[in-house]
Design a protein around this ligand. Structure first.
Ligand code: DC
Length: 218
């Protein structure tokens, strides 16, 4: 019987569903390191933007993805709507996903475990994760949330424009040929349309505690 078995938690879901906030909360509750994998795709998108490189050019984008340093991800410059659009475009390229795959696996398999949130963690990056969540909410609720978040950072956008952007990004993320965004079959579903993030965190914590207890008794 081991006191602290390694615990890998995969949290996937749609944009502005609350999965990032939830992932940070769960990581804090469990005392585990957390990686927002969206930031690494955003870093590649931002590098394209800054370097005048076409994000639809798979080879050029993959070159930027190779050797990316996880310690240099700055959420304050990466979490803009424009960078999000670029991230979604570079994320469709198999060579980009391949370049970022090992980076994410290494993070997941560090001693003690980790929490990773993204689109394909439970299905592709870490199908062997001990606990998986799929976080989603009604698209209108997500558009309202994201518009308010951007406004708080001084970026103005109407809810209608945001709704159109979310539709476009959801569609691209869901329909790409490689690692499309979808729930893992064994994921626990958390619908945050009417559930507060605190309530979702509580629900998730209960599930994680059960899995932890099971792992510890092995
Ligand atoms: O979660 P986010 O908005 O920061 O993600 C930005 C884009 O990155 C998203 O549109 C799709 C892509 N992404 C991905 O393809 N796979 C992941 N694991 C995380 C993000």
């Amino acid at each position: 019987m081991s006191d602290t078995p390694s615990l890998i938690i995969a949290i996937d879901g749609t944009l502005a569903s609350g999965k990032g906030t939830l992932a940070r909360g769960i990581a804090e509750d469990c005392g585990l390191p957390h990686l927002d994998t969206g930031l690494i795709y955003r870093a590649v998108g931002k590098a394209c933007l800054d370097g005048g490189i076409d994000p639809d050019n798979a080879i050029a984008a993959a070159e930027l993805a190779t050797g990316l340093d996880l310690n240099l991800l700055d959420p304050s410059v990466l979490r803009t709507a424009e960078v999000g659009q670029y991230a979604s475009r570079v994320a469709i390229h198999p060579p980009v996903r391949k370049a970022l795959f090992e980076l994410q696996r290494d993070f997941a398999f560090q001693p003690g475990g980790a929490v990773l949130d993204g689109r394909d963690i439970g299905t592709v990056v870490c199908p062997e994760a001990h606990v998986k969540f799929w976080v989603d909410a009604d698209i209108k609720a997500r558009a309202e949330r994201r518009t308010a978040e951007l406004l708080a950072k001084g970026e103005h956008m109407t809810v209608e424009t945001m709704l159109a952007q979310l539709q476009e990004r959801d569609e691209r993320d869901r329909n790409r040929a490689v690692a499309p965004m979808k729930p893992a079959e064994d994921a626990h579903l958390l619908d945050t349309t009417h559930l507060s993030i605190d309530a979702a965190r509580e629900k998730a914590r209960h599930i994680v505690d059960q899995v932890r207890a099971r792992l510890a008794s092995r």
